[in-house]
Design a protein around this ligand. Structure first.
Ligand SMILES: [Zn+2]
Length: 196
């Protein structure tokens, strides 16, 4: 796969369009070193977002660059039928790996994120991410409420379990029907679709 540096240099990489999602790849994603390369001309460290599929025996995760979001939402991105999950942008990719590692239900997590968004003032450009599972507490990070500050919200196991039980009903109802649409289960379906 070829990528282009900001300086114009075309770099030939050995990156493939389908990559085995093993524990070392997961580690690189969480550490932020996944698919990084130094430009041989200007020495800039490049971390391009590209369209790839990360695959293991449980999942086939389609990763798309953030700039593809609009074309994906308007069905202009070809999605292989084998794809079971979609992440757009690097932060969503990291979040997906955290969910796999903690063996969590993405549908439940996205419903919780929606409920957090509803509570936060909607005139702010806020982003909510699942961060970690610690001692039966689901930790979410809220970015954008205050500049240079990350809000932390802890959600108890009881709420996670309750939403898990309610999922079959929720999926029938708007807006959850939009949030829980496969393969891109994401509260961001709603934000894009409802922006105008
Ligand atoms: Zn360069």
């Amino acid at each position: 796969m070829e990528i282009q540096c900001h300086c114009g240099k075309i770099i030939e990489t050995d990156w493939k369009e389908v990559i085995d999602l093993d524990s070392s790849v997961e580690q690189e994603i969480l550490e932020g070193t996944f698919l990084t390369i130094d430009c041989p001309d200007c020495n800039e460290k490049l971390k391009p977002e590209i369209k790839i599929i990360l695959k293991n025996d449980k999942t086939a995760l389609l990763w798309l660059p953030d700039i593809s979001r609009l074309s994906f939402m308007t069905d202009q991105v070809k999605v292989d039928p084998s794809v079971t999950d979609v992440a757009i942008g690097f932060k969503e990719l990291q979040e997906a790996i955290k969910l796999y590692q903690s063996n969590l239900n993405k549908s439940v997590i996205e419903v919780i994120k929606y409920q957090i968004y509803k509570k936060v003032e909607d005139d702010k450009d806020v982003t909510v991410y699942f961060h970690d599972l610690m001692d039966d507490q689901y930790i979410f990070h809220i970015e954008g409420v205050k500049a240079d500050e990350i809000g932390v919200l802890k959600v108890p196991q009881t709420m996670y379990d309750k939403i898990g039980k309610d999922l079959p009903d929720l999926v029938e109802k708007y807006p959850y029907s939009v949030i829980l649409k496969k393969p891109y289960i994401s509260v961001n379906n709603l934000i894009m679709g409802d922006s105008e």
